[in-house]
Design a protein around this ligand. Sequence first.
Ligand code: BGC
Length: 487
Amino acid sequence: MAPQLRNPPRRKGSMADVPKDLMDCITDLEKLFTVDKQRINELCDEFVKEFEKGLTEEGSSIPQLPTWVLGFPNGEEKGTYLALDMGGTNLRVCEITLMGHGKFDILQSKYRMDPSVKTSTAEELFGYIADCLKQFVHDHHEGVVKEELHLGFTFSYPCDQHAIDHGILQRWTKGFDVKGVEGVDVVPLFEAALKEKGVPIKLTALINDTTGALIASNYAHPDTKMGVIFGTGCNAAYMEVAENIPKVAKHNLPPDTPMAINCEWGAAFSDRPDVLPRTKYDVIIDKESPRPGQQAFEKMIAGLYLGEVFRLALLDLHQQGHIFLGQSVAKLQTSYTIDTEILSLIELDPFENLRETIDVLETKLGIQCNEQEAKLVRRLAELIGTRSARLSACGVAAIAKKAGLTKCKVGADGSVFNLYPHFKARGAEALRDIFGDAGDDIDIVHAEDGSGVGAALIAALTLERVKAAGLSRECMLRKGVSHAAVS
Ligand code: BGC
């Protein structure tokens, strides 16, 4: 067998011509952003403890939310379902036909979500969602929906669920700040909007994108035991058994009942941020965010924030008189002007003289930089990208430890996972730092469409359980009490 490339590619180009002052800055940045082998192992152990605590009544900074998704699909699920995926920038409506053998067919429409919706009111948000569904029904069904079309709603924010079709939003994340939703069950809000707009669709399951990724990936590849999203936000889901979840004891589920847990790990250590290898830039991001003191881990690693960490570090170095001397850095002074894509472009710069990096700084930020400064800029992007990949992998490793998973696939999706250069290789290296060669047995692969197909599958599994238990949908779902009977 041909030898495998184990380590992520290292940056090209020598640092020999970088003046001492800039070299010192680079060394300082390396100290700030590097999460070495020892640190990552310590953090992983902290994560395991926090994951365990989250399953108890005592709770922890990691919510470990029971999802009432009670098991994996068997690959033979069939039927047609609707899925609604409320991402950060788009709203996607899909009609999914499950064909068994892990196969499916998908028809979908995307609707652009105006950024102002993010800070609007519950009425506006759910009204907009209902309008999109109405449009979909109009375009694909001539306005008429057969009664048996069930909907899985992928709502990827932390929700307390007492049943699969209920979810009280704990808090908004990813920069959302819609009034009147936190602390409220989002399903009645959604249903009221559907009713008002005359959209004849019934919600069957409310799901998180990570649970969707877990279930959709397992449908296609049964050795998938974790679903993770590394995108605008980040999070993971995995399957527990009821006896390991003390906080659901009151439901008297048979001890071996599988239950998908939506970890909501983005919130990890928000109460003890010093456990995390935070920098002064992470502290500023948190302080200036709409929800300070929340999502401490997410703010260090997710796509929404990587460009902002980069911006703050560059601005700091400029203000200290190290880079971009005598230039106007107006764009650098505006929050969230740097998209993660800029870091990707810089990391992908193939030229020895970093021509592309220099161009990106000029076109996107209006900054002229010389080759030596470009070397610092490139190194900073690498450090931020590497920290994100290693910390993400640390979360995956901790779930594997907690759940005793030694060999499995992890279905991963999201813009950072799919598009950020070297993210996978850097994550794999971190897994080896934690598990040695056995780290290669935790294989993080691209997930199936969790927010679409996963939502459809979960709707199918829910209806199947209802049927098997001979309960009416209303009885099981609306009262939200009969899970033990149907598990
Ligand atoms: C949310 C999670 C979600 C993740 C990825 C986080 O901000 O809290 O529910 O799974 O983003 O979309």
